[in-house]
Design a protein around this ligand. Sequence first.
Ligand code: 26W
Length: 825
Amino acid sequence: MSATTPLDTSKLDPRKTDPDAVARQIIGKLTYQIGKRPDEARKYDWLRATTLVVRDHVMDRWFASGDRIAESGAKEVCYLSMEFLIGRLLRDAINNLGLSKPVTEALARYGVQLDMVELLEPDAALGNGGLGRLAACFMESMASTGVPGYGYGIRYVHGFFRQEISEGAQVELPESWLVHGNPWEFERRDATYEIGFGGHVTTVHESGKPARQVWRPAERVLAVAYDTPMVGWRGAQVNTLRLWSAQAVDPILLDAFNEGDHIGALVESNKAESITRVLYPADSHQAGQELRLRQEYFFSSASLQDIIKRHIARHGDLKTLHEKVAIQLNDTHPAVSVAELMRLLVDIHGIAWAEAWQITSKTFGYTNHTLLPEALEHWPIHLFERLLPRQMQIIYTINAEIIRHAAQEKGFNDAQIAAISLIDEGNGRRVRMGQLAFVGSHAVNGVSALHTELMKETVFHNLHELYPDRIQNKTNGVTPRRWLMECNPELTGLVTEAIGPAFLDDIEKISEIDPLADDAAFVEKFAAVKRKKKEALAALISERLAIQVDPNAIFDIQVKRIHEYKRQLLNIIEAVALYDQIRSHPEKNWAPRVKIFAGKAAPSYAQAREIINLANDVARLVNSDPVVRDLLKVVFIPNYNVSAAEIIMPAADLSEQISTAGLEASGTGNMKFALNGALTIGTLDGANVEMKDHIGDENIFIFGLTAPEVAQRRREAHSGRSIIEANPILREALHAISSGLFCPEAPSRYHGLISNLYNNDWWMICADFEAYWNKQRELDQLFAKPREWHSKAVHNTARMAWFSSDRSIREYAKDIWQAGPGAVA
Ligand code: 26W
């Protein structure tokens, strides 16, 4: 073949999908890429070979998707997120490409089980929790619904820490998902950008031209792109997740090395690479460290430079950026992008300020994921100024204009101005990233109906007055491919058998099983699937923790980040109360329960660590007490991650969504559980409110104070003491905990935790206890009538389609991005 002949890809034929062809492809990879014969191959070799084959099947579609976007000139969505909690990719890609059968058969010829191979893949944990997982579901749904898009984030070398439990306490260990290489990613040296830090700004006057600001950074690092394909359903579209890795401009300082300073020679490159080395493991406290701000600016600037380069190459004129690109800011972590895009447009590309501001604010959208004051990002001015001097100037200029507008055109008074200012003057002078993201975006959204209303009333009250059309709601969703088809093929099979496969392409059709909630035979099959998933979880618990749990018991599950507002403590107190009651009245007709917990605490969050410790201490005593036998078991599953969730969610009878009302922005675990046929016990918080509307009041178990009631009690300086004194069940449970019953080796361990409840009860644990206890007993009664329970479970699965991330993405595409199918190019 001459060098000019185009390669005939059909000869390579990576797309043949019969089992024979796939087997040949896998053996080809083993032989030529990995250097092993099938009889020598170890299980990791099979994983690698299989992944490489599946990746080949992705390539043509990936190219085609890129070409289609380039040729049509369609608008592109760029989702900027500090976190992408994508988990494993192999099963997802195989499922979406429809390759499950041939790959399974091909591997079986060599005595290899696809299921086993899939479990070897490292779980890519480039995120903390809900926000990161949402970003991953959105990437999959963008590809599945035909929205052309890029995800932009950080290629952390070490993702979210691995959790072990030692003597009941959380221990953090480093996570190293890249040690064996990552067959999914492609390094793109041609997409490398310089990122500056520090230095100073000078004003340059050239004759006949307006003065220009020139930033001369003191430090520069390189951002190198790594691309991973995001395969949509049926492979119809493949989008790109582009993650940035930091590298030093000079890998080694040779002069220093030659002078014998071997460590000093590497200091610069170490400093540069440290930017993308670790994910910050906090999801509710702003980190406040310089490295975090460096990470935020690093990936924002790299992404914007990349977006601009592509736009100019494709469309020529930067002034049409907002017509061809929508950029979504996933929380405030990339909010510095507002200032950075202004800098790039004005300083680098010479666009006048006013026009640049129009382009910027039409391009950005901002999603808020939390109202917790301690989670709202604000950076000390001195730090911001030192690291990003030009961006700081730009923020001052934006601020001056917003304030002038508010005062002159809207008549804002001083208090209102102070509230909307991008600078917090009261708190040691800080830049408020939420305000920056808000003013720099044309659309600002919350992630559930309730959360969006609370945004308008609280954090963004005054900005909402100033821009009343800007805030809108986009309720979260989860992808039904991963969270039904892949994690629960048994339920998927049952639904297919009942109503045919059309729901696979249009999840709304799953509602066709709703009438079958009255069909005894169907309900029985549904219960049998649940039983099977519970057995699988019981096996995992037995294997990992040597605890035997009975699949006949209610599997009552709370899995999520550990946080006071999520109230794992309320659940543990209920377990202790139940333990106490079972011991006092063993003759009563108790419904057997297994209380299952999992989740990680931010390493610096002392109360959250204590809650983990308490769950484990309670488990130790309860599980070894012969009096309660199988009536109560408590289990804490270590190292909760996406892969664990895929096993846990389908096995739940009962899903715990019990946050203090007004504090959980949405929740997405609630959706995964209900889709898989768990009943929810929950407060009127986040998306629970909308789940109740869809599922029906009789199929969800709501208790406790509402958000306005919580706010009212907090104004009244509510404390738990009188409630505890009036409720013997609660009082006994708290007494047992604080007496050291569960931790004789350290009897005062939980004094602080319990005295907080007496003196303050900020999270309304005492206030909600009785309602929670009663609702749980109601559920006990229901569980004794399996037919009724499982009939409700069927209604849950049937009515959850609206909570698909396909629906969320279609709403974003239509109302915020003006992109995707149906949008005019
Ligand atoms: C600056 C430190 C930090 C890091 C991450 C603060 C806050 C965060 C996130 C906003 C926390 C988070 O993951 N929030 C969750 O987002 C989900 C997706 O919208 C929601 O479903 C959860 O309710 C919300 O807690």
